[in-house]
Design a binder for this molecule. Structure first.
Ligand SMILES: [Zn+2]
Length: 452
C-alpha cells in the first residue's frame, strides 16, 4: 500500500508512452506497474503523466533597468506549479562590487518563499582571473553553472573574450557548466550608431538593431574558447537559424556545447513589434522570422537543441510603458506557466513534435545538462516524485487574467490551446489539483547540485 498512487494514466517518457500506475512513498517514486493500491489515489484515466517540468532559465525578482521583474519567488513558483513546472533554475544577481559566493548567499534569501524546488546559476559580472577561487566556492554551495554575457557592456555585465577564455579554463577543471548569452556587442554598437533618430523611436527596428548575425557571431567566438578549453558550454535562448548553425559548427570543431531555445522564439515573430502594443514584446534576443521558427522546431526534433526553457522575466504593462524608444524598455517576457501547454499544443498538437519529445525537452534534457538527473527529470523508481497530470484534450484560451503570473498581459493572449496541466505533484505532495493551489509558501527546497 503506497502513500499515493497515480492510477490509469499514460506515463510518458522520452522512450515510450504507456498505461502505468505510479506508486509514491514519501517524496519518491517507489513503484511502476498495474493495479497498485494506495492510501490516496489520483485517477488519471485519459490523462498523460509527464515528469515535472524543469524550467532551467527564469528570472524571478530580478532588478533590471531601474525596476524589478514582477514575479517574486512565491508568485512565480505558484504560476510555475499551475503550468506543471516542479523545478526552476534561476540566477544570482551579479554586480561589479560583490563576489559570486556573496551573490549566492543573498539570493538564497530571495528564493525562500518558493513552493517548488529552486536551483541557481551564478551570474558572472566583473570577474577577474585572480578570483578563480570564487568558482570553487560556489561549487561548494551547490551552484555548478555560471552565466556569462557577451553583450550589455553599458551595465557592466559583458565579459570580454579574453576573460571568458580564462574563466572557461577554471570551469573546465571544476567540471562546471558555462552558460552564455550570445549577442555580439561590437556588431550591435555599430548598427545602433548607424540608426537615424526616427528609427530609434520605431519599435519594429529592434529586430534589425539586434539581428541574428549578432547571435551567430558571438556563438562562434564562444565556441572557439569552449573547444580550446574543454569547458562545457551552454548557449541560452538560441533564437535563429544562424544561431543553430553556429552551435553545430562549434560542436564540429570539438566544443562540448549544448543549447536551449524558448517558446517565444518558436511561436512568435518580429512582426509582433509592428502591433499597436508591440513594445510589450521587447525581449533580448529579439523575435525573428517564420523561417527561424521552422528551423528551431527542426532543431528540437533532430536534437540539435537540447531543451526548452522560458527565460521567464515578466513585467506589467505599466513597467513596459512606451517612453519613446525601444532602448528605454525593460526586456523580457512572461512564460513559466505557459511553457508546457505551448510546447504541447503548438508542438505535439500541430505535428511538429511527438509526445515523447515533451519529457526529453522539458525534463530530462535540462536535468542531464545541469546535474539534476540523480533526482529529477525522469519517471523512474527512486526518483523524486515530481509529476504533472496533463489533460491532452482540454481546450482553453490563454488570458492573462486567468493565469497566475504577476503580470497583466500575455504575449499569447487569446491563443487557443489544446492540453493543460490539471494536477502537479512535487516530491510526492499534490501542490495543484484540478486548478486549486494546495501548497504552502516556502515548501520548495534549494536544488543543491553536487558534482562527483
Ligand atoms: Zn535570461
Amino acid at each position: 500500500m503506497h502513500d499515493l498512487v497515480i492510477r490509469n494514466g499514460t506515463v510518458v517518457t522520452p522512450l515510450s508512452a504507456q498505461k502505468l500506475d505510479i506508486g509514491i512513498d514519501g517524496e519518491t517514486i517507489s513503484a511502476l506497474g498495474t493495479a497498485l493500491s494506495g492510501h490516496r489515489v489520483l485517477d488519471a484515466d485519459g490523462m498523460l503523466v509527464f515528469p515535472g517540468v524543469i524550467d532551467a532559465h527564469t528570472h524571478m525578482d530580478l532588478p533590471v533597468a531601474g525596476t524589478r521583474s514582477s514575479d517574486d519567488f512565491y508568485t512565480g513558483t505558484v504560476a510555475a506549479a499551475f503550468g506543471g513546472v516542479t523545478s526552476i533554475l534561476d540566477f544570482t544577481v551579479g554586480s561589479l562590487r560583490s563576489s559570486i559566493p556573496l551573490d549566492i548567499d543573498r539570493r538564497m534569501e530571495n528564493i525562500q518563499p518558493a513552493i517548488i524546488d529552486v536551483g541557481l546559476h551564478a551570474e558572472v559580472v566583473g570577474w577577474k582571473p585572480e578570483e578563480s577561487g570564487e568558482f570553487a566556492e560556489a561549487r561548494r554551495r551547490g551552484v555548478t553553472s555560471f552565466k556569462f554575457y557577451t553583450a550589455y557592456e553599458s551595465s557592466g555585465r559583458r565579459t570580454t573574450p579574453a576573460i571568458m577564455r580564462r574563466a572557461f579554463e577554471h570551469l573546465a577543471d571544476l567540471d562546471c557548466v558555462a552558460l552564455v548569452h550570445c549577442e555580439d556587442e561590437d556588431l550591435i554598437r555599430s548598427i545602433m550608431e548607424s540608426l537615424s533618430p526616427e528609427q530609434m523611436t520605431d519599435m519594429s527596428i529592434l529586430a534589425r538593431a539586434r539581428p541574428a548575425l549578432c547571435e551567430s557571431t558571438a556563438i562562434s567566438q564562444v565556441g572557439r574558447a569552449a573547444a580550446e578549453t574543454g569547458c562545457r558550454t551552454h548557449i541560452v535562448h538560441v533564437s535563429s537559424a544562424k544561431g543553430i548553425m553556429a552551435v553545430q559548427e562549434a560542436r564540429k570543431s570539438g566544443a562540448a556545447m549544448t543549447a536551449e531555445t524558448c517558446p517565444q522564439y518558436l511561436v512568435l515573430g518580429a512582426d509582433s513589434y509592428e502591433r499597436m502594443d508591440g513594445h510589450l514584446f521587447s525581449a533580448s534576443p529579439a523575435l525573428r522570422t517564420l523561417g527561424d521558427q521552422t528551423m528551431l522546431w527542426n532543431g528540437l526534433r533532430n536534437r540539435v537543441i537540447d531543451f526548452v526553457a522560458t527565460d521567464h522575466c515578466p513585467f506589467t504593462r505599466e513597467q513596459k510603458t512606451w517612453r519613446g524608444s525601444f532602448v528605454d524598455l525593460p526586456y523580457g517576457l512572461p512564460g513559466v506557466e505557459t511553457l508546457l501547454p505551448i510546447l504541447y499544443s503548438e508542438g505535439v498538437g500541430k505535428g511538429l513534435l511527438s509526445v515523447t519529445d515533451i519529457p526529453r525537452l522539458l525534463s530530462e534534457g535540462p536535468a542531464q545538462i545541469y546535474g539534476l538527473d540523480g533526482h529529477k527529470g525522469s519517471i523512474e523508481i527512486g526518483m523524486d516524485a515530481d509529476l504533472v497530470i496533463f489533460d491532452p484534450a482540454l481546450e482553453w484560451e490563454i488570458e492573462a487574467t486567468f493565469l497566475h503570473m504577476r503580470t497583466d498581459f500575455s504575449p499569447y493572449e487569446g491563443w487557443e490551446m489544446t492540453g493543460k496541466a490539471v494536477s502537479t505533484i512535487s516530491r510526492g505532495e499534490i501542490i495543484v489539483q484540478d486548478g486549486e493551489l494546495l501548497a504552502e509558501e516556502g515548501r520548495g527546497k534549494f536544488l543543491f547540485r553536487a558534482l562527483p
